[in-house]
Design a protein around this ligand. Sequence first.
Ligand code: ADP
Ligand code: ZN
Length: 791
Amino acid sequence: MKSLFGDIEALPQVQEKAEGPFVGVALENSLDKVLDYSVPAKMRSLIRIGQRVRVPLGRNNRPAFGYVISTSATSDYPRVKPLLNIDDERVLVTPGLMKLALWMSRYYCAALGSVIESIVPSAVKKKTGIGHINRIRLLWERDRVQALLEKTKAPKRRAILGRLLLVEPGEAVELVRLAGEAGATPATVKKLARMGIISVTSEMDWGNQALEGESSDSKGHEPDRELNEDQQKVFDELKPRLASGFSVNLLMGVTGSGKTEVYLQCMREVVNQGKQAVVLVPEIALTPQTVKRFTARFKRVAILHSGLSATERHRHWQTIASGQADVVVGARSAVFAPLPNLGMIVVDEEHESSYKQDTVPRYHARDVAIKRAQLEGVPIILGSATPSLETYQRVQPTEKSEPSAYHLLELPRRVRGLAMPHVELVDMKLQNKSRTGVHLLSERLEGLLRVTLQQGHQAILLLNRRGYSNFVYCVHCQEAVQCKYCDATMTYHRAAGTDVNSAAVAKGVHTGHLHCHYCLAVQPLPEKCPTCQKKLSLFGLGTQRVEEEIRRKFPDLRFERVDSDTMRSAKDYEQLLGRFARGEIQVMLGTQMIAKGLDYPNVTLVGVISGDTALSLPDFRAAERTFQLITQVAGRAGRGDAPGRVVLQTFMPDDPTIQAAIKQDFQGFAKRELVHRKEVGLPPFGRMVRIVLRDQDQDKLQKLSEDLAAQVIQAVNIEEAAPGESAKRAIIVRGPMPCAISRISGYFRNQIVLGSTRPERLQRVLKTLREKGDLAKTDRVAVDVDPVSLL
Ligand code: ADP
Ligand code: ZN
């Protein structure tokens, strides 16, 4: 038997003396193995790399599914079993995607089968929604059939053959239809097949394949806009790169600078060359407004969104694979769109952490997109107002005065001469001194909100925390209510539909539940402290609490709270944005759901209720995330003719990240942050691999962690002793230590973190561990290469 990296054990049972050709098959279940199989004679002309096949597995020859990843005339293994059958004759993984899969499996340390499973949508694998129909063709020469017709006495057979002679040579007639027209039964038709006169093949019936764009005349007809000077300059620089192989281009443009228009015109070039383009956008930004910008320009657009039914998803995939879509727009997994002639990839908002998948394979769609572009020799454009520091670092000139790895293109101004919004800071420490009672909205924000509404404009308020209060606290015991299963405080959520202006609420009577945001556990709000029976206080703010204050202060406001508690589906969100666009809602208060990508010209005020919520998280990217989120939400203001204002409330007015955010000074922020990261060897200067271990039993976890850590250190020692590698301690191992959230859902969690400035050395350490099977021993071990979340 052959693992990805070599022999593991010999095969116990063999049915026949194996003869070539052979195929390497990556198994679908997450066994980290590629096995050789022989191809039976009848399948030889049909077998292709990228097909899904059924194979016998193990001692009992249990049937299992896998994908053909290689073919060869010989096998290194003397005893090889034959394939059972080809499950789907279509090539489900194109050669380009197969190379990508192999890279991902190595880089992200994930079983090849699991990587391919994320590349091929399950609706495609299961052939959801495709009817199969039997098609009949003549096998005999037409003259011979004619001769038979004249001789045969069976009228039904005559009718069937006569009907088949009417179609063009090679054309087929559907079985049931043929039988009907000939006044015969399908059984009679099949009898002719058994006699070898005709063939019956089961083929897919796609039904109506039109894409959204093709049915309506309004689609694809919007003319390209005239580019402004900045856009034109960027486009002129990009244009020659659109037809000259692989390049990585960072389009860094402030919010509202017209990045999308640049993508659209680059895509036009690529489509005119007869190629296809993929645009990745964060899931949350895949709104009808975004979709329309692409469908208005191009006729043949496939949109891959989470609301597609399995049948639709399959149909889209087939349309894309057959080259009938010029443009594919989708979230993370659209990076695997099986385009036959890929010409360009765009990753919009490349800094978004939602591009990272948090289950196996733990890939980052931006990085996979770059790799795909490289493998397929096409340009990629990464767009953002606030690029990730990983990307930004790569447009810096290198020390050896070599050209930087990525090209930098900038749009420093908003379109149509619009001003950047004016950001002002409100120090909440001073606020609370000057007023009585608790006020979550400062006087300044409240005042500006009133002015905005009087002028008939709209506002967006951001608070990136849902619920009412995330700290249900006993002042006496100095303890907050903790989740029973997690190392985390419970968040109080008020019961839906509570009338916030009711007398009960005014008196501080609370009805609702405590929720854990990690394991989703729920319990009633205790009336008193479980330990000392004294009164509990609600500290910490969430969107519900701000909603309460707004409804109290603005009783007639057309207002909506937008978070994952009120937005249960993509449809809810779509409808909400529609109402906001029509002005039926004046103010939206929400989590990051409303911070990104929205382009509503009547929004003139943005309020950040707390600029600090993310700053103190135990994650080295806390400052980066805070800066990005504030800048993104600020960018929603002033996109129309009226100028925009942003109020940033904070308890940490002197924090350098907050200061940079007020000035919307990305360069300043990045420069400072990069110096800091360099000093401590954090990404982008070092690469990181995080191994998270979990167990319900703390002692077992400790043992598992220590054993694995010993293996890790051994593998690191082997790597550091490698000839030609002089630098000692080039790989740093930290842990095992408890994760920042040391228990989730009853599982204790430990981590081992590897860091190095040399990614290839980390890769070699992982390879050693993987070959020895140290990482696959149990599902309690998760490897995360280039982790995005460190909690
Ligand atoms: P970004 O993605 O950089 O935030 P958008 O691409 O959303 O910016 O552009 C902001 C707005 O400006 C959009 O409504 C877009 O249609 C418009 N726009 C883009 N380019 C131009 C242009 N050259 N002239 C006029 N309006 C433009
Ligand atoms: Zn919990």
